[in-house]
Design a protein around this ligand. Structure first.
Ligand SMILES: [Zn+2]
Length: 605
């Protein structure tokens, strides 16, 4: 019964603490509750943060000043068994909530492969891990190095697949950083600061302290209100008596009642005005945020990372918000808070930590970035850029994809999506040229694998838009390549927009080419269909598929041989066909800015 009664309070706390507005959705998914969990002592053995997202911190708010009387009262309230029990239960509920959240996040690769509607609901309610083992390993490895050697806590550092910059730690020991935040960083020093800030929340038991202090403040507030009410009642009685006396004196006997009523009202007003509760609760989370900022700075500096990167990180976040205000949705980048934190950190850098930084710079220097960071970023910026595009965060998508292309130029996925974002949002002929150039680069790097049939469709559409009859054979070839690669990727199924594709063929001077739709064959009660063993003839090689589709295979003597690397259709087409306007850019040398000095996954020095 007691627990039932407490249920609304639990939900209120959850609402405050959970990352998303839709936390309540957890109930509708029917997650198993963690009943019968053993009860720990009220003192947390494994507290968590009051991080950016977990707790809604208002900016620019004041801390309450406790009077001596408040302090005495607070000390008494803290000793009350009922209050201690409330703190213990609230903390326990927080830990259960966090365990459930961790569970769903840890299984997120399973739900993302399920029903899309359900996957979306889970994603919105709980978040989804970035499904990239090497990037996860890198971030975890960096975080583990930052944990103070004498820490009693066990951590795990993870990347959330979310374009909105955010960072958070749970009471389970997991620290999460969103891909949107990491994609905004310039170097490893900045990432180490973000992780160190979250570590600081855990080390300083901030989440537990916030829950506890908020409960104590509530109780103190209640106590003060009760005291004020008692004082007000006294004043009212006094006022009523005085009013009755005045009323009696002024109006004589019959007016005495009215006088008493007026006197009572004024007594109430006096009591309310004199004893109105002026207590302002402390913004504990803001207080702890500032503490985590300083402790995080110290942690990163202790590991030799350049703390002067912190203000640059905030400048970068500010720049992103000024381009798209939605970047601030995750709290981390809220402009007012960023201003406050920048000022605090600047102050620390030029005072408390000035000598330490100078000394470290003179003896060996400070770390900015490691070799693994650029490798992490090339894939992470790409994937976050694609995700941002799906959320209509166009500026972020284009920035991320352009940066990813600069970090590693031979990635067809980057060029395909970069072409898409430019084509989708561009306004000028120059934009149109930039988009087709990106698609053609993508085609070149995808020539062997043929993973992105759409690149060929885009190229065909571009050629059609040129309105040049000389392009017709190339257009037809590109359309056939698109359909063939699409079929290979979809178990023989045709693109859903085949009528439009046939129309494109018509525009390119071909009125006869036709592919029969794939038929679904049921084998129920039917003899097994004889299937030619595929081992001798790998039908999924791009060159073969494209060769058969475009008729070029007939010209070759050995139709089933895997094509030599340079003889793939797309590359050959780009080199040999009449040059479309604009001429495809000269083969871009593959840039690899990352010296791969050690194999991924090995322990970092
Ligand atoms: Zn924080």
């Amino acid at each position: 019964m007691h627990r039932l009664y407490r249920a609304p309070a639990f939900f209120l706390v959850s609402l405050l603490l959970l990352i998303t507005l839709t936390s309540f959705a957890s109930a509708q998914f029917g997650l198993p509750g963690l009943k019968g969990q053993k009860k720990d002592s009220a003192e947390p053995s494994r507290p968590a943060d009051g991080s950016s997202n977990s707790i809604s911190c208002a900016s620019g708010s004041q801390s309450a000043e406790y009077t001596e009387k408040d302090k005495k009262l607070l000390a008494e309230i803290t000793q009350r068994p009922a209050v201690q029990e409330k703190i213990r239960q609230t903390w326990e509920e927080q830990r259960q909530t966090d365990m459930n959240k961790a569970y769903v996040r840890n299984r997120s690769s399973e739900f993302t492969n399920s029903d899309p509607t359900k996957a979306f609901e889970y994603r919105v309610s709980f978040g989804q891990l970035y499904d990239s083992p090497s990037q996860q390993r890198y971030v975890n490895s960096l975080g583990q190095q930052l944990v103070p050697a004498d820490s009693p806590n066990v951590y795990s550092f993870k990347l959330l697949f979310d374009p909105v910059p955010s960072a958070e730690s749970l009471s389970t020991g997991s620290v999460y950083v969103s891909t949107g935040l990491v994609a905004a960083l310039d170097n490893e020093a900045q990432l180490s600061y973000v992780l160190a800030h979250e570590i600081a929340h855990v080390e300083r038991k901030h989440l537990y302290n916030i829950l506890r202090n908020q409960i104590l403040d509530e109780e103190l507030d209640k106590e003060r209100q009760a005291q004020a009410e008692r004082s007000r009642q006294k004043a009212s009685i006094f006022g009523a008596l005085a009013g009755a006396a005045i009323g009696g004196a002024v109006g004589g006997g019959s007016w005495a009642g009215l006088g008493a009523a007026i006197g009572g009202m004024s007594g109430y007003a006096i009591g309310t005005a004199a004893f109105r509760n002026k207590f302002q609760r402390t913004e504990w989370c803001k207080l702890y945020e500032d503490e985590a900022d300083e402790t995080g700075l110290k942690i990163m500096l202790d590991r030799g990372y350049d703390a002067r990167e912190i203000p640059r990180l905030y400048t970068r976040l500010n720049g992103l918000v000024s381009r798209d205000a939605r970047v601030a949705l995750g709290f981390v980048a809220q402009p007012e808070r960023v201003r406050e934190r920048t000022a605090n950190v600047q102050n620390l850098l030029s005072s408390t930590y000035k000598a330490d930084i100078e000394q470290r710079l003179q003896s060996g220097g400070l770390k900015g970035s490691g070799p693994d960071f650029a490798l992490l970023m090339s894939a992470l910026k790409r994937d976050n850029g694609i995700l941002a595009l799906d959320y209509d965060l166009f500026a972020m998508a284009r920035d991320n994809l352009e940066e990813a292309a600069n970090l590693r130029s031979n990635d067809p996925r980057v060029h395909y999506y970069l072409g898409r974002v430019i084509a989708m949002t561009g306004r000028t002929p120059a934009d149109a040229q930039a988009a087709i150039a990106a698609f053609q680069r993508g085609m070149r790097y995808d020539a062997q694998r043929g993973e992105y049939p759409e690149l060929h469709l885009e190229n065909a559409l571009y050629l059609i838009s040129q309105n040049n009859p000389a392009n017709q054979p190339e257009i037809q070839s590109e359309l056939k390549t698109y359909v063939a690669l699409y079929q290979r990727n979809h178990a023989g199924g045709l693109p859903p927009n085949m009528p439009i594709i046939y129309d494109d063929f018509l525009l390119a001077g071909d009125s006869s080419w036709y592919i029969p739709p794939a038929v679904v064959v049921s084998t129920k009660n039917v003899d097994a269909i004889y299937v030619t063993p595929v081992a001798a003839a790998p039908p999924t090689a791009t060159g073969d598929v494209v060769g058969r589709a475009t008729g070029r295979m007939a010209e070759q003597a050995t139709p089933w041989a895997p094509p030599p690397p340079s003889a793939s259709h797309a590359a050959a087409a780009l080199a040999a066909e009449p040059a479309p306007a604009p001429a495809p850019p000269a083969a871009t040398p593959v840039k690899r800015t990352t010296p791969t000095t050690r194999p991924k996954g090995t322990p970092r020095p």
